[in-house]
Design a protein around this ligand. Structure first.
Ligand code: FE2
Length: 525
């Protein structure tokens, strides 16, 4: 049975804003509640950094492994310090972990110094959390010299262990960009490496349990504690192939998809270090939920502008699935009148306009676009005619052209697209016209492989590279990418693991690529 979120949107927003404020006056909170063990079993996280603020996250769960801490709020104290011993505390306060938000805590610490590393921890009763490490970004006008990001996506629990994060911790990163499919809503695969608790993820409680399961992984937890994350989502945080308020087709039918989406969005908020303000915009017609505003930009000095996009929440539905159903499929555009319809959108009109304005003011540094999926055109030549995947940018060609035209109109200096979704590494040039090999390269693209999720036939990568010359490299091994930006160049290193079915998986470098600033041409490092 569908379990609707118990709060209306207005109440949820009030609670989220209030619980994030250190000025909260204790309600009925059991401020000195004592726990029989450590309620911080899901760890700590930080995210959404600016030059002077950061979000600190935790969620309290029963130490005995039961599902709920009950209906009462819990007062959580927090400290942010310059040192790991907390001898020099920079900020501190208390927040309320509310039952309505699964006893999650989102503290927004403001007024911090730019370009600084900090340590933080939470306390409730006599329990103390693990210590997290986080940082602010350089001031927008500062001449930052180096930025190191990792990008990762697609971590299906039953396809493998998350131990690549143990290696990611050694990468000396300033931030992690997570680009979608943090959880999957599926029941376990038949040939599972390990079986997730619960079956199909449909209700608010189901989504909460699936996120909690992921955060029980020590290596994922430790990576969240190591540096700030910037996050977006793809489809599996709700349902495979969903588009805006249009349901996908996988799994048991749910009568009210808007309510399911609202439940999924709420659970995402409860488990991610995002700002309470992400919840503050309403979507007309969404009866039992809210827009969660994930698209954002954040400057890392003059060196880079990190732009996070959301290509799931506002998109039009996929078109021309040959089965006649909704959802993703390989499509022959020749038999699809809607394929090039300029009215169709992947980002939605508001986000498109916002992005155009971002490009207009982007300046000379790197513009890093963290988004969900493969950007470049990828045709599959078949006897019956050209085939394209309708769920990615290829299925929204007019929207892709509007984006590349916006880049050109504003002479965007150094665009770098990062992506996920396809469970394979794809490295290529962003083209003014993908159908003409001689057209200008506007930027570069590094679409990342999956952390664990399985991929298809490797021969398709070989064929895809041969048929789409704007791509220079493709590979299906699992792992993540690291990009180091300096004013002169970026260096991308594809890091892959040998076996996701083993916790003691080893990491190695698959390839490294260099792009000089002002010259969108990918070279081998
Ligand atoms: Fe995925």
């Amino acid at each position: 049975m569908m379990h609707l979120p118990s709060l209306d949107r207005r109440k949820l927003l009030q609670l989220a804003a209030a619980s994030a404020s250190s000025l909260w006056l204790a309600r009925s909170a059991r401020s000195e509640q004592r726990f029989a063990g450590n309620p911080f079993g899901l760890g700590v996280a930080s995210g959404s950094p600016t030059h002077d603020s950061i979000v600190l996250w935790t969620r309290l769960v029963p130490p005995d492994g039961s599902q709920s801490l009950g209906k009462e709020a819990v007062t959580v104290r927090w400290e942010l310090a310059h040192d790991e011993q907390f001898a020099r505390v920079a900020r501190g306060g208390q927040a309320q972990a509310l039952a309505e938000l699964a006893h999650s805590v989102h503290v927004e610490v403001a007024g911090l110094e730019p370009d600084r590393w900090y340590f933080y921890r939470f306390m409730a009763g006599d329990a103390v959390s693990a210590i997290g490490r986080t940082r602010t970004f350089p001031a927008p006008d500062a001449a930052a010299q180096k930025l190191r990001l990792a990008y990762a996506s697609c971590q299906r629990w039953d396809h493998g262990y998350f131990s690549a994060y143990r290696h990611m911790r050694e990468e000396n990163l300033d931030a992690v960009l997570f680009l979608g499919d943090y959880i999957y809503e599926y029941q376990s695969a038949a040939n599972a490496v390990r079986v997730p608790t619960g079956g199909w993820v449909l209700t608010l409680d189901d989504y909460r349990q699936r996120y909690a399961l992921h955060r029980s992984e020590p290596e994922l937890q430790a990576m969240h504690a190591a540096c700030p994350w910037l996050v977006t989502w793809d489809d599996h945080e709700v349902q495979n192939d969903y588009a805006g308020l249009v349901s996908g087709v996988n799994g048991p039918p749910v009568p009210d998809f808007a309510s399911r989406r609202a439940a999924a969005y709420q659970a995402f908020y409860e488990h991610m270090p995002v700002r309470a303000s992400a919840l503050t915009k309403a979507v007309a017609g969404l009866a039992s939920g809210a827009e969660v505003r994930l698209y954002s930009q954040q400057r890392f000095g003059r060196l880079a502008n990190i732009v996070m996009l959301d290509d799931r929440q506002y998109r039009d539905a996929q078109v021309c699935n040959p089965s006649g159903r909704l959802g993703s499929a390989s499509v022959h555009p020749a038999a699809c009148p809607a394929w090039d319809d300029p009215a169709r959108t992947l980002l939605g009109a508001a986000q498109e306009q916002w992005l155009d304005a971002v490009f207009a003011r982007s300046g000379p540094g790197w513009t890093v676009l963290g988004q969900q999926t493969l950007f470049g055109r990828r045709v599959t030549k078949a006897a019956a005619g050209d085939l394209f995947w309708n769920d990615g940018w290829d299925g929204y060609g007019a929207a892709r052209t509007r984006l590349t035209q916006s880049m050109q109109r504003h002479k965007l200096a150094n665009p770098v697209l990062l992506g996920g979704d396809v469970h394979e590494n794809w490295v290529g040039h962003v083209k003014a016209d993908y159908t003409r090999p001689d057209s200008a390269a506007l930027g570069v693209e590094f679409c990342g492989t999956s952390m664990t999720s399985r991929s298809g036939n490797p021969q398709k990568i070989v064929d895809g590279l041969a048929q789409n010359p704007h791509f220079v490299f493709g590979d299906s091994q699992k792992g993540y990418g690291v990009v180091e930006f300096t004013p002169a160049r970026l260096t991308t290193t594809l890091r892959v693991v040998d076996d996701v079915t083993r916790r003691d998986m080893k990491i190695s470098t698959l390839r490294s690529f260099v792009v000089e600033a002002g010259r969108p041409r990918i070279e081998a490092a």
